[in-house]
Design a protein around this ligand. Structure first.
Ligand code: PMP
Ligand code: GLU
Length: 400
């Protein structure tokens, strides 16, 4: 029996369910089970060759040592340039911190900005990690629910109703994981105005900005007023756009004092993001961009197929997302029924039975704050999607 006495904060969070289920699906596959894996939040494409070659070259040239804690100057400058060209946001090197993935960027923001009794507004359904990070640093996540019929975007009144004297920040994710929800410029303007009225900081997680459909063009909330520019921390990274999840490079742009604090924390925790990953990320941002559009087009094709297939199934209703690579179908009509004598009470029961009996891995909506749904990632081949949808259809037909 272990004598380990952990601190009280680690008990406040659960392991990441997206990572847990993904690992389980990969393990089943490795053991010969023919699993269709809809749980992964990572593109199935290989990292483009030009990016891999840039990393190999820098390794061969001996670029293998510690770098500056906040990232190499070339990459910080490339991020600033990219934000100017793409989003018309004006940043200098001192406004940019490179981290070990966008997840690490978000963690560092929370670590340097939040403490009890701070409250952070999080829009539900939300990516699993938001709530965990905020809780871990001792702040309180305040959840604002949304509705499928409103495209999973909150009304300003719903957000304002949750603001108290302790509210310090609002976290926005556009396009959104897990729903694929996208915000109009007007909706973002309304949130920016609300933030100004209540003196809030804004975290804008823009990691899915390039995975967008039907001509949707996201604007960064940071561009929408002087206040929003000064008080928004833009978080992004190369994981999704360039299919580089394992390389672990993300970044934050914003207020230079906050950036300096994040770099100070990194200097005492992770030191620097991996040197060769930084070279790879530099090539991703500055090299040819044609692979981005190729992947986007493929995602759009898959989205069209999967939404059609899901909405064609009795008992399922699915919002058609304009961004990211997830769909979030409502499966609550099956609650209270049974599959082969086993009762389905919630999203966890549904997804567990689906994995065990049909070998289709999905993530229960409860992980994202809404138990009526499940998340299906379409970052997998069209062939697998067709097979997975056929299995899901056969599975639900046996539910009574
Ligand atoms: N934000 C969102 C909304 C995500 O889905 C992810 C995916 N893991 C991240 C941030 C973090 O990505 P990464 O740490 O790989 O840069
Ligand atoms: N963001 C991805 C997901 O939601 C990757 C896994 C994770 O970091 O949570 O599945």
């Amino acid at each position: 029996m272990s004598k380990a006495k952990l601190n009280s904060r680690i008990g406040l969070i659960q392991p990441s369910m997206t990572i847990g289920i993904s690992a389980k699906a990969k393990e089943l596959k490795a053991n010969g089970v023919n699993v269709i894996n809809f749980s992964a939040g990572e593109p199935d494409f290989d990292t483009p060759d030009n990016i891999k070659m840039a990393a190999i070259k820098s390794l061969a040239e001996g670029f293998t040592k510690y770098t500056a804690a906040g990232g190499i100057n070339e990459l910080r400058d490339a991020v600033a340039k990219k934000e100017k060209v793409k989003n018309n946001l004006e940043y200098k090197r001192e406004n940019v911190c490179i981290s070990v993935g966008a997840k690490h960027a978000l963690f560092n923001i929370a670590a340097v900005m939040l403490e009890p009794p701070d409250e952070v507004i999080i829009i539900s359904p939300y990516w699993v990690t938001y709530e965990a990070i905020v809780s871990y640093v001792g702040a309180t996540p305040i959840i604002v629910d949304t509705k499928q019929e409103n495209g999973f975007v909150p009304t300003v009144d719903d957000v304002e109703a949750k603001i108290t004297e302790n509210t310090k920040m609002i976290w926005i994710n556009n396009p959104t994981n897990p729903t694929g929800a996208t915000y109009t410029q007007q909706q973002l303007e309304d949130i920016a105005q609300l933030a100004q009225k209540h003196d809030l900081w804004i975290v804008s997680d823009e990691i899915y900005e390039d995975i967008v459909f039907d001509g949707y063009k996201p604007v960064s909330i940071a561009t929408l007023s002087d206040y929003a520019y000064e008080r928004t921390l833009v978080v992004n990274g190369v994981s999704k756009t360039y299919s580089m999840t394992g390389w672990r490079i993300g970044y934050t742009c914003g207020d230079k004092d906050i950036i300096a604090a994040m770099i100070k924390l990194q200097s005492q925790s992770t030191s620097n993001p991996t040197c060769i990953s930084q070279t790879a990320a530099l090539e991703a941002l500055e090299g040819p961009q044609d692979s981005v559009e190729k992947m986007r087009l493929e995602f759009e094709k898959r989205r069209d197929y999967i939404v059609g297939a899901l909405n064609g199934m009795e008992g399922i209703s699915c919002y058609k997302p304009k961004g990211a690579f997830y769909v979030f179908p409502n499966i609550s009509s099956f609650f209270g029924k049974s599959y082969e004598g086993k009762k389905i009470e919630n999203s966890m029961d549904f997804c567990t039975l689906l994995l065990e009996h049909a070998h289709v891995a999905t993530v229960p909506g409860i992980a994202f704050g809404d138990d009526r749904f499940m998340r299906v990632s379409f970052a997998t081949s069209l062939e697998d999607i067709e097979e997975g949808m056929a299995r899901l259809k056969a599975f639900i037909e046996k539910i009574q």
